[in-house]
Ligand binder design. Structure first.
Ligand code: FEO
Length: 163
């Protein structure tokens, strides 16, 4: 059993994870239109991962006998300026997600909700990985700069991601 407040907070987080999925899908569509199909593939896989995050919370709420309530998902942008900006935005977005997860963890600790702390610990660890991967890609973009061959290589590299 979890508190009503925790139920509301986790439902909000489901919405944020689904928005993340939508955002990465919009980024994928943008990269595809820019001829960066490897980057698009990476972002589609990322979008699927975010949906998985939402589903993890969805199932957890149900296991706890709590109600899942879905809200409208905000419209993501369609234009991002450049592929490099897409990944800078990705890193910024992941940092925002991390902050939200930490807020949820603080709430679970205040409420002495040990089960939800267990769920959230998985997300805390996941965010370390997500931020590190995004930061690594941003660093590669900086290294490559505007070199066309470098961008071609980076696109191929990111296209290796399974999903
Ligand atoms: Fe679900 Fe990338 O945070």
């Amino acid at each position: 059993m979890i508190s009503r407040k925790m139920m509301t907070s986790l439902n909000e987080q489901i919405n944020r994870e689904l928005y993340s999925s939508y955002l990465y899908l919009a980024m994928a569509a943008y990269c595809q239109a820019e001829g960066m199909s490897g980057m698009a593939k990476w972002l589609v896989a990322q979008a699927e991962e975010e949906r998985g995050h939402a589903m993890k919370m969805y199932h957890y709420l149900q296991e706890q006998g709590a109600r899942v309530v879905l809200k409208a998902i905000a419209e993501p942008p369609a234009e991002f300026g450049s592929p490099r900006q897409v990944f800078e935005e990705t890193l910024k977005h992941e940092r925002k997600i991390t902050a939200w997860i930490h807020e949820l963890m603080e709430q679970a600790m205040r409420e002495k909700d040990f089960a939800t702390q267990g769920l959230l610990q998985w997300f805390v660890n996941e965010q370390v990985e997500e931020e590190s991967i995004a930061a690594d890609i941003v660093a590669k973009f900086k290294l490559v700069g505007s070199d066309a061959r470098g961008l071609y290589w980076l696109d191929r590299e990111l296209g290796q991601r399974g999903g």
